[in-house]
Design a protein around this ligand. Structure first.
Ligand SMILES: [Zn+2]
Length: 301
């Protein structure tokens, strides 16, 4: 559906890999003389969603000229090759995430074909997509090459998975690989004065939509994104202190997920807990105790 003039949001399921209906990938179609999509979702999305949608709104496939991936994860780049084949569109993503395309990742049973981008992007690049010109922002943290597309006229920011509020309800926690880079990206976004924040999945507290709108609502979302990082540090230390004995990252993540109503942990919660522990260790707050099969952590006294 058209969420803003010339900007359509298309939602594709992540089932059967993530069967929970509360999570999906949003693809944004930007309409102009030439059209663009922000992200291409999973390998089946081109034939299941994107091409039928173009037909439905009367856009010939060869008007789709650009595919911009907000980052290299398999639920964002999955239909790149199919759309390039059918439409002749150019594939673009940040240079720091280009290696993901080269690695032939799977999404469930579906292969994301090994491919190369037609163009790599860097912070500061200006690109015409649909009817507007967007500035490419580096919003690293979720991945090294996570980017934002910023239209300062309409005050719209497309940010993929770069900014996550309190996280996807199905993951329980926000998910990023570099907490310090992530915090810097949140500050960058806070300084812009965004009025329409378009993420690639629904993130709490905006769980019914991938589109947070209104300057105050966006600010609240971004402040929650920032506070999550600080609060999760404190939560980990409190969990370790309460346990009274060294704990694995997975055990700490399981406790955090249970607190948020999830019966088990998941790889995203495990991984973000791991990167927080490494950062807390670098600051001397916790320390690692070598153990098999996986390291354990305790509060540094
Ligand atoms: Zn991602």
């Amino acid at each position: 559906m058209e969420i803003l003039p010339g900007i359509h949001e298309l939602r594709d399921t992540l089932a059967p890999v993530f069967p929970d209906p509360r999570i999906w990938t949003s693809v944004y179609l930007l309409v102009g003389e030439h059209c663009a999509v922000v992200d291409s979702a999973v390998p089946r999305s081109a034939d299941r969603l994107i091409l039928p949608y173009l037909a439905k709104v009367g856009i010939p496939a060869d008007r789709l000229r650009s595919i911009v991936n907000t980052h290299g994860h398999n639920d964002h780049v999955g239909s790149n090759v199919r759309l390039r084949e059918v439409c002749g569109a150019q594939i673009m993503l940040h240079e720091a995430d280009a290696h993901w395309l080269d690695e032939g990742h799977m999404f469930g049973d579906d292969q994301v074909p090994v491919h190369q981008p037609d163009r790599t992007l860097q912070a500061g690049d200006l690109i015409e997509l649909g009817a507007a010109t967007y500035e490419v922002l580096s919003l690293a943290g979720h991945t090294a090459g996570s980017l934002g597309l910023w239209d300062p006229q309409a005050r719209v920011l497309f940010c993929g998975d770069s900014l996550q509020g309190d996280g996807a309800v199905t993951a329980g926690l926000a998910f990023y690989l570099d907490p310090d880079a992530y915090l810097a990206s949140v500050e960058r976004a806070l300084a812009l004065g965004v009025e329409h924040l378009c993420t690639a999945h629904p993130y709490a507290p905006t769980t019914a939509s991938s589109h947070t709108h209104g300057a105050a609502e966006v600010r609240d979302f971004l402040e929650r994104s920032r506070d999550f990082v600080r609060n999760y540090d404190d939560e980990i230390v409190a969990t370790l202190a309460a346990a009274g004995e060294p704990q694995s990252a997975m055990r700490i993540a399981t406790v955090a997920c249970a607190r948020r109503g999830l019966p088990t942990s998941n790889f995203m919660a495990d991984r973000v807990t791991q990167v927080h522990l490494e950062r807390l260790a670098a600051h001397g707050t916790v320390r690692m105790v070598a153990a098999e099969p996986r390291p354990l952590w305790e509060v540094a006294s």
